[in-house]
Write a protein that binds this ligand. Structure first.
Ligand SMILES: Cc1ncc(COP(=O)(O)O)c(C=O)c1O
Length: 351
């Protein structure tokens, strides 16, 4: 077996980052308490800070974004109702059918001919209220959109989506795992995005570089109910301050650095676009999707690994590479031509 290069660069996801020395120091220094019994002070501080940044009443710390999304779905829907969501949303494909299995809600994927569900698509998908139609309970949005290549839904479109939901008397949940990236890429205040939704999930374990954690943000009443759901799902954490300290550190120190991840994604995209007939989805943020002219993604993943770069196969004809704070400009600049060489070689052999 060919030995792997020692400088293997992992671009499979922005979740692969390891806590920095300063983040580990913040973890070590965290003031903690039992958050299930009478509260953890560092978790409270994180929740207050996130609620303030998003301009909402309250926030609740979760072990993962998937659990926070599920809690929001449980709070907003009733069994037998449906949630309207983009066809390629994380909630549809990557959360183990939690909405159906644990909230009893039907997921209805919605999409027209654009890469992400628009207000027009949503309005078209709405069913009339009647005796036999499934009743809708919730609209879920995702910004940035992972499956569409970290695409930003601009504020105007978010407002239009929210307006359609309001006209249907439906609450809106925003999966904002990477809302930080949308904010940094566009300059749109987080609170303006958040105002388009009733609840927002934000993640700390992606671009912000924390090892664990997400938050659900919303009104006092919604967060009170989400707290009960979190406990039911086994997400009541004890000395969670050691995790919240890392998240707080990421929020205070790593947010602005997302701009470098976005610039690095553009660098990578430029190196790959057109190679062997492959096409890049121009990255708005930190996710580079490469569409291949022939189904050979698995071979590219394997050959790229041998060449020192880890990427993932999103589908047989699509490769995903994600930039993050543990992949420096220099590393990306060195990896890009190696990856381009692999793509050209494998596509040629497969064609
Ligand atoms: C858009 C989006 N939503 C939700 C999640 C789930 O987050 P977690 O891995 O913390 O459960 C992810 C994870 O990659 C994601 O990309």
């Amino acid at each position: 077996m060919t030995p792997l290069p020692t400088d293997l660069l992992d671009l499979r996801s922005d979740t692969v980052t390891r806590p920095s020395g300063a983040m580990r120091a913040a973890i070590a220094a965290a003031e903690v308490g039992d958050d299930v019994l009478d509260g953890d002070p560092t978790t409270r501080a994180l929740e207050a800070r996130v609620a303030e940044r998003l301009g909402m009443d309250a926030a609740l710390f979760f072990p993962s974004g998937s659990m926070a999304n599920l809690a929001a779905i449980c709070v907003h829907t009733r069994p037998g109702t449906e949630l309207l969501v983009d066809a390629d949303a994380h909630i549809v494909h990557w959360e183990m059918g939690g909405a159906a299995a644990l909230a009893g809600a039907q997921v209805r994927p919605v999409r027209g001919d654009t890469p992400v569900m628009t207000a027009r698509d949503l309005a078209r998908a709405a069913r009339p209220r009647g005796r036999y139609e499934v009743e809708a309970g919730l609209v879920c949005l995702e910004n940035t959109h992972n499956g569409a290549g970290g695409m930003v839904t601009p504020l105007a479109e978010m407002r239009a989506l929210a307006e359609v939901a309001r006209s249907l008397a439906l609450p809106v949940h925003l999966d904002g795992a990477r809302l930080w990236n949308a904010h940094v890429a566009t300059g749109t205040p987080l609170a303006d995005f958040a105002a388009c939704a009733d609840t927002v999930m934000v993640s700390f374990s992606k671009g912000l570089g924390a090892p664990v954690g997400a938050a659900l943000v919303g009104s006092h009443e919604v967060i009170r109910r989400a707290d009960m759901v979190r406990k039911r799902l086994g997400g009541g954490l004890r000395q969670s301050g050691v995790l919240a300290a890392a998240a707080l550190h990421g929020l205070e120190h790593h947010l602005a650095g997302l701009a470098s991840d976005h610039a690095n994604a553009r660098l990578l995209a430029e190196a790959l676009d057109g190679v062997g007939g492959a096409r890049v989805v121009p990255p708005d943020t930190n996710i580079v999707m490469l569409d291949l002219p022939t189904p050979c993604a698995a071979a590219i993943v394997s050959e790229a690994r041998t060449a020192g770069v880890r990427v993932s196969a999103w589908s047989p004809t699509r490769i995903r590479a994600v930039t993050h704070r543990d992949a420096s400009r220099g590393q990306i600049a060195a990896a890009a031509p190696r990856l381009a060489e692999v793509v050209a070689r494998v596509v040629h052999a497969a064609g």
